[in-house]
Design a protein around this ligand. Structure first.
Ligand SMILES: [Zn+2]
Length: 192
């Protein structure tokens, strides 16, 4: 399933999908490059930080489409964008300060790309945004945890680690009060 932009869709939806694809692809590329060590960790950490601007673009477009009555944006959308930015920054800081964590950063950046991919303007139906549905299923099966680092760490790393530990699982949990398809699916799982 490709996240590439579907040219048959209305302009606003296409713009949203283009921003989503850019953020998704950049995170995926960074994850791959972390594995291949083509660039320095510093450069990759910088590129990670810049992905937050891509998330802002996704959110701005969603807001605009909602205002124009062209999108069904979930009430969890903003919170998930905020969590994504928080986590991207935390991974970036850890990578900058502790390159030894590279393999976990690689894994998490890859997982964050899928989390970006499940952002959708179709909160209550998954029929017209098949790419988001596919990404959502991928995230649904992910079970990653950010274990604590061993040994003495600087307070900055400890703080970033805390952000990851506290917020990572929230990305994959239903947001309270949200009735979108993705949250409902997770809510059912929690109750069963
Ligand atoms: Zn939701």
């Amino acid at each position: 399933m490709s996240l590439r932009v579907n040219l048959d869709k209305p302009y606003g939806q296409r713009m949203f999908e283009a921003h989503r694809y850019d953020a998704y692809k950049e995170l995926e590329n960074i994850s791959v490059e972390l594995g291949e060590q083509q660039d320095s960790y510093e450069v990759l950490a910088d590129r990670l930080s810049k992905c937050c601007a891509d998330i802002d673009k996704i959110e701005e477009r969603a807001k605009l489409e909602k205002e124009n009555g062209q999108a069904d944006v979930s009430s969890c959308f903003h919170k998930r964008c905020e969590l994504l930015k928080l986590l991207i920054n935390a991974v970036s800081i850890i990578l900058r300060l502790t390159p030894v964590m590279k393999s976990r950063a690689e894994l998490m950046t890859g997982a964050l790309s899928s989390q970006v991919g499940r952002l959708t303007l179709q909160a209550h139906t998954d029929r017209s945004d098949l790419a988001a549905r596919h990404m959502d299923n991928e995230c649904f099966m992910l079970n990653l945890s950010w274990n604590s680092l061993s040994g003495e760490q600087s307070s900055k790393i400890q703080r970033s680690q805390q952000v990851l530990a506290e917020n990572w699982h929230k990305l994959n949990m239903p947001v309270e009060g949200c009735d979108c398809l993705q949250c409902t699916k997770r809510l059912h799982l929690e109750q069963n």
